[in-house]
Structure formats: structure tokens, C-alpha cells
Design a protein around this ligand. Sequence first.
Ligand code: CUV
Length: 627
Amino acid sequence: MKMGKNVYEKSVDPATRAMLLEADRAGIETAWDRFEKQQPQCGFGQLGVCCRNCNMGPCRIDPFGEGADKGVCGATADIIVARNLLRMIAAGAAAHSDHARDAVLAFKKMAEGKAQSYQIKDEAKLNALASEYNISTEDRSPEEVAFDLANILLSEFGKQTGPIQFTRRAPAKRQKVWEAAGIDPRGVDREIVECMHRTHIGVDNDPVHILLHGLRTSISDGWGGSMIATDVQDVLFGTPTPVVSESNLGVLKEDEVNIIVHGHEPILSEMIVAAAEDPDMIALAKKMGAKGISVAGMCCTGNEVLMRHGVATAGNFLQQELAVITGAVEAMVVDVQCIMPALGNLSGCYHTKFISTSPKADFPGAVRMEYHEEKALETAREIIKTAVENYPNRDRARVNIPKEKSACMVGFSAEAILGALGGTPQPLIDAIVSGAVKGVGAVVGCNNPKVQHDYGHVNLVRELIKNDVLVVTTGCNAIACAKAGLLRPEAAKEAGSGLRAVCESLGVPPVLHMGSCVDISRILVLAAALANHLGVDISDLPAAGAAPEWMSEKAVSIGAYVVASGVYTVLGTVPPVLGSSEVTNVLTKGVGGVVGATFAVEPDPFKAADLMIDHIQEKRKGLGLKS
Ligand code: CUV
């Protein structure tokens, strides 16, 4: 049947297919339908040659060379594409870093005793961070240390001269590369603001010069904003250690109040998880006829509570609407980033309450329950209560929860990985030297309806582990892997014999879930630890990165800082740069001469795996290791 066939083309995930059929039956539209209605998508936009940066325009360059070859100001396709890309990086870096800022502000309020719901959960990490900043810990309470640390972290955003402290975690050779290229960032906010200044009409009009600033800005994200977010969140909520859980829409409960936390900030989701355990709330749920309260995550705030508490995750980016379509979600609670405004209308077709909590993010059709640190737990309780009281409104006839869910082992922070190895990266290095493990692949990023949902993620990762490449993952790739069963220790059976033996001896999966998107900073820290241990640069490591289904501007910033850190990166969807041969050449070739790594684009996950494996073999050769 045509409808069924369509569903097969849209996703490889059976739960997703089931819900897409249900959506069709109910006449409900999803992102896939809206994507189809957008076809054909604007060719100028796809190539990146449309400029709306001033009101002499909009201008666009004719890619066939028959019409306009310059905008009104004289900007060529090369300039326009580079400027547009820089604005994407700015937005992505801003999203991660503004999240980090809020985490630090919450941390500061905690230190001042103004946010009673939060405590210091990882004092060892607090002290380690304090010593990185030369903050004295002697004869001082953890809160006093935290207060000083919060202030100095806040200053990383607004500072005018560098370096950003955490960039000093990179190998010395890498820092020299950045200094030589003039891309060592000065301050997080400064670089982002400068992106906006440079791309204003009549400022920076040299594509290479523009792209170099893009790298600088992205480094201020990866080794700045994102890393600050990860570390402060670890101090506040605990550094993840291995924990088991479940993943996919089948984690929703037939007979319990289902609450989904969706978005990015654990500042909120942590409190929701805590409040859901409140005996009063559970008693209320029972009074409403439910057996209990079940919290499940989506996207990266889901990853945060999955990593730290083993809270089940209901799915990745493209499943957010499908969760509502199960008819079994009492509340979809969101904070910031990757939340589809479509959820407003959609929730209106079901009993689901769509609750937006961030002072920064409002949505049509959402109930606003603004969330402030001072009253964090109180607000979380009110949110839970709203969800619980909504349970009797669930229409049983419309409940359709797919049965699929997979077990997963998660929680592999850099600390947990080093801990599992006995406190030093040496055993992993030995495995790499012997060739049992060929190298490390970092596979991350979103879903995108341009790609069959999860197809790129799951096939790329399977191919890598089959070839003895250990995979580290975050974000929506991690969730795709969890759903496919690749985060179970038993998945070692799918790995090549060398990787399989290593995983089985350690009792870990061949794919290590390192967290949310800001936690790609954990991958950087791990890469730095490996490089430092070997006395080489990150660009010398047998490692490669990939984002098979990326879509967000954050992913552009991530790709840029991963490459700027020396890691070859393969993108599965085409970034809007092909309208400029100069920009395309710089990203795929020229940048290698500056930072020792380049981008590649390869939509086919099997070919992408080959590219990564070839790169890893080349780096092995460079280190004198056998292939
Ligand atoms: Ni931040 S950025 S769709 S949730 S990974 Fe998922 Fe991860 Fe992309 Fe968003």
C-alpha cells in the first residue's frame, strides 16, 4: 500500500513508522508532511547565495552564471555564502553559550543561597575546576568556592582579551595552531557579537577572513560555552557514571501519567525528575486513577537526565510530534532549542498540555509556566500537578503507544571512561596501538527529514564498529543508537573482533553515550587526554567525526569547532555553501593547511564510514601504527 511504503521511506525506526501510520489515519500532519509541502526547496537558499543582510536587497546570485553575479553592494557569491555561514555559526555558538550562561547563573544563585533547590553534587569536580582557575579551596566552604568559580566563569563570556581558560585544556600544539592562525578566541560573547558586526553590510568581505573568524567563534563554543555548560552542570547535578535505561516511544506508560521533558537545559529537567518522585504527587496521581508518574526525555534535556539518572528517553528530534500522537502524554514540558512550534497546534488535537518554561522561549498554543531558579522545585511541582490533573482527560480510545523500546547503557563522561580504564587512557592507547581498536569515531547531531530518519545514524555507526572503530556519541545520534540497541554491552557482537574483545573485557558497549550536544565538550576533553598522553596534537590521532543527519545552526558551530580542534568531519546533509566554490574549497581543502583537518560531505552513511576509516588508517600510518 502506498501509505505504508511512504512510512518505510521516512524512518528506519519501527516505533516511528507505527506513529506515522497513526498520524495518517488521524489526519494529523508532521514535520515530514511539512517538508514535502516545502518541495522544491529554494535553490538559492540551498546554495547559500541569497543575502538579506540589508534592505537594498534581498539579493541573490545566479548560480548558472547567466544573471546577476553580484549583490547591490557588490558582494559576490563567495562573500555572501561565507557571511551566511558565519551567521549560522554565530547563532549556534550563541545557543550553546547562552545555555551555559544560564547554568552558571543558576550555579551562582545556588552558591549565594538564593536557589535552595540546587546543591553541589560533585565537590571533587568543583575543586578541580577551582584549581584550574587558581581559586583557593583551603578553609573555605564549597559554596564560597562555587561563588568565586561562578564569577570567574561568568567573566569568560564578557571578557575582551583571551584566552578562555578551558581552551588551555587543548594540547599545547593545538593552542599554538590557533595562535598562529589568529583564531584563539578572546571571549565568548565578543566573538559572537563580532560575527554579527562583520556580516553587517560593508564590513568583512573576504571569504577566508570571514571563515577564520567562524573557526574562532566556534572554538569559543566548544572549548568555551559548551565546556562551561557541561562542567557546571556536572558540579550541580553530578558527573555521569554508567547507568542502564530504556529508549524509544515504548517507554511511555499505558497506566501512568506521562510527562516528557524536551529541550536542552538540565536546570529544569533535573527538578522535574525530582518533583515527580514527591510522594504527594504520586498520591495525587493515584487519586486521578493513574498507577504513578513517569518522566521520559526527548532530545538533549532528555540526554541530560538519561546520563545522570537513567531516566528513559522517548526519542530524538523527529519523534517529538509522534510522542503527542501516542495520545498518552499528559504534558510536554519544554525549555529551549529544537522544540517545534508545531507542538502547539498538535497538542490542541489531543489532551496533551504543551508547557513552555523558559523566559526566552514562547510558543503558540503553549501554557506558560515560567521557571526561575529561586523557586525551581516549586515550579516543577506545579508543572507535575498540572500534568497529573490532566490524566483523567486522556482519551483511552486514542491511546496508541508503540511497543518498541530498547535497553541501553549510558553515562560515559570522560571521567567515567578514564575511570573504567583505571584512571589513565593507557589501556585505550594500547588497544589502538595493537590495532584491536583502529581508532575513535565521534558521531553526533540531529535528525533531518532530508534523510530517512535514523538511517544515516545507525548505518554509519554500525559500519564503524564493524571495522573496529570505537564510537563516541551525543545528541540525537546517541538516541538513535540507543533505539537500535547499539548502546547495550551485547552490541559488542556487532563489532569487529578486536573492538568486541576490548568491549567484552570492560563490559561496555562499542558505542559510548557521552551526553547532550554541549557534552561534545566531553569528547574534546577525551581527545585532549589521548593526545597529551601520546605527546601529539589532536589532529595526529586516528579519529574522525560525523554528523549524518544534522540540521541545526548549533551543529554548524559544532562541526566548525571539531574541525578547528583537528578532527576530520563528515557531514551527511549538505550545508548551504555550494554556491561558492571558494568557500567549498576552503572547507574541504584549504582549512586543512590551517588547522590540520577538513570537512567532507557524504550523504551515504556507508561511504561516509569508508571516508572516516580511510582517514583513521592514514593517521595510524602517521603515528607509525600498523593498519
Ligand atoms: Ni542538542 S541540536 S536536534 S537536540 S542533536 Fe538533536 Fe541535541 Fe540536534 Fe537538537
